[in-house]
Write a protein that binds this ligand. Structure first.
Ligand code: COA
Length: 258
């Protein structure tokens, strides 16, 4: 039984973590399958946006696999952390937009995975948190770092130290998710946004993702410089000529990613 399902809806690739009987917990095989799937999606010109979700009605991903971690040595624990971190960095640095469709529990490694995506749309039934403290552990797939950058110090300290999950409305207040929608509308609303992104100019999307990835980690001068360089680069693309011409000609643009 594959631990990851892949389906294409036009130019939108939907990746579904598929271990529903374990609430889609991330074991080593699933981390590797995800890494491979994102590599493949990155280089496939037919894929313009990616939606990541979990199988079943209950969970996005309920965390790293606790059964698998239980027996690890310190060296293996570090390797497991690095394996997850590398995969999630791969997601974060994807040249195409990635939307996490948070259809239920996103706990521990599940929230870390969702936070490595560019956008998060949560069902109103979702619960998110960093409960590792309850296992005598700490977040190991980037949770202390990404949550800090996403929601700030106070929220990160509260979620990681207290370990209690929060509901989707509170996650929205804290800026952890972009949107909260009724469970019955989650798929339609997520796919509508994914379709919109899949029809946008791919090289411009990539420029925005690059600027935000770089700018989030450097000073304002370097970030602005990088933005200008990326902005200038857009003038070498057919898509920029198409987009500006379509505006002037009062028609819809058709972007080809060139
Ligand atoms: N790792 C491994 N297995 C997990 C898991 C995880 N992170 N989360 C859930 N599962 C497994 C359970 O062991 C159970 O397996 P079993 O049926 O073989 O016993 C199955 O998934 C269903 O989970 P269950 O706990 O029975 O569901 P629930 O609805 O009662 O509770 C949660 C749901 C999410 C509250 C609960 O599963 C939970 O707390 N999970 C761990 C969350 C966590 O600490 N994540 C961080 C890990 S670092």
């Amino acid at each position: 039984d594959p631990v990851l399902l892949t389906a294409d809806h036009g130019a939108v690739r939907v990746l579904t973590v598929h271990r529903p009987d374990k609430l889609n917990a991330l074991n080593a095989a699933t981390l590797d399958a995800l890494h491979q799937a994102f590599d493949t999606a990155a280089s496939d010109p037919g894929v313009r946006a990616i939606v990541l979700t979990g199988s079943g009605p209950k969970a996005f991903v309920a965390g790293a696999d606790i059964a698998e971690m239980n027996a690890l040595s310190p060296v293996e624990g570090r390797d497991f952390s690095l394996r997850g971190q590398r995969m999630m960095r791969r997601v974060e640095k994807m040249p195409k937009p990635v939307i996490a469709m948070v259809n239920g529990f996103a706990l521990g490694g599940g929230l870390e995975l969702a936070m490595s995506c560019h956008l998060r749309i949560a069902s109103d039934t979702a619960k998110v948190g960093q409960p590792e403290i309850n296992l005598g552990l700490i977040p190991g797939f980037g949770g202390t770092q990404r949550l800090l950058r996403l929601a700030g110090r106070a929220a990160t300290l509260e979620l990681c130290l207290a370990g209690a999950p929060i509901d989707a409305a509170r996650a929205m207040q804290l800026g952890i998710v972009n949107r909260v929608v009724p469970a019955a509308e989650l798929e339609a609303q997520t796919m509508a946004l994914a379709d919109q992104l899949a029809n946008a100019a791919p090289l411009a999307l990539r420029g925005i993702l690059d600027c935000i990835n770089v700018g989030g980690e450097c000073g304002i001068e370097e970030g602005l410089e990088y933005e200008s360089a990326q902005f200038g680069l857009m003038f070498s693309t057919q898509d920029m000529r198409e987009g500006t011409s379509a505006f002037l000609e009062r028609r819809k643009p058709a972007f080809a990613g060139r």
